[in-house]
Design a binder for this molecule. Structure first.
Ligand code: HEC
Length: 163
């Protein structure tokens, strides 16, 4: 008898607790600067697409010069990190999820294959195609004025050469 009653009460407590904990309006944490933040506020300050795109531009261009220098490990790393950043955007800006995933499947994976095969000629060709796909997504989202172009110089802050 008690066992029968206990189950629904326990379930109520557990689910009630989950719902309560996920209410974005409830204060969840006080920072070391003595500021109380709600879940909603914490969610709001996660990187949006514009921030992730700055990372895209950065990593995409380093990957090019790394591959050109035949530093395949660095090229692989940059493309991997680019996809990680993409996954953050898929969570914070879900409306772009499908387009981002399509871009990964059609463009980034092809570049990753070229890196795996250590094939610069194929990488270079696929990079030009991927650049078109980057900019096509900008156009599709009403940002035709954002046109990525490859910087002329390799980054100066990273050594592209092999050891
Ligand atoms: C899902 C479609 C999509 C894809 C794919 C995409 N972008 Fe973007 N990009 C956007 C949107 C949308 C913006 C405008 C940001 C916003 O709305 O917050 C943007 C903005 C940018 C910016 C401007 C960032 C800034 O604020 O200075 C750069 C640079 C950029 N993208 C580079 C790239 C590169 C490089 C690629 C390919 C490797 C790429 N993007 C692929 C949708 C995309």
């Amino acid at each position: 008898m008690i066992g029968k009653l206990l189950k629904p009460v326990l379930l109520l407590l557990i689910f009630g607790g989950v719902v309560f904990a996920q209410d974005p309006g409830k204060t969840v944490v006080t920072t070391k600067h003595n500021k109380s933040l709600t879940v909603g506020e914490i969610a709001e300050i996660q990187p949006g697409l514009g921030t992730i795109m700055m990372e895209f531009g950065h990593r995409f261009y380093i990957a090019y010069y790394a591959a050109k220098a035949k530093n395949w490990e660095l090229a692989k790393y940059e493309l991997h990190e680019l996809v990680e950043a993409q996954e953050v955007a898929e969570t914070t800006r879900p409306k772009y999820k499908k387009q981002l995933k399509d871009f990964e499947d059609s463009s980034i994976e092809k570049l990753q294959e070229a890196v795996k095969e250590k094939d610069w000629k194929s990488f270079e060709k696929r990079y030009a195609e991927a650049t078109k796909a980057c900019n096509a997504c900008h156009v599709a989202n009403g940002h035709s004025y954002i046109r990525y172009k490859l910087p002329k110089q390799a980054p100066e802050f990273l050594d592209m050469s092999l050891r």
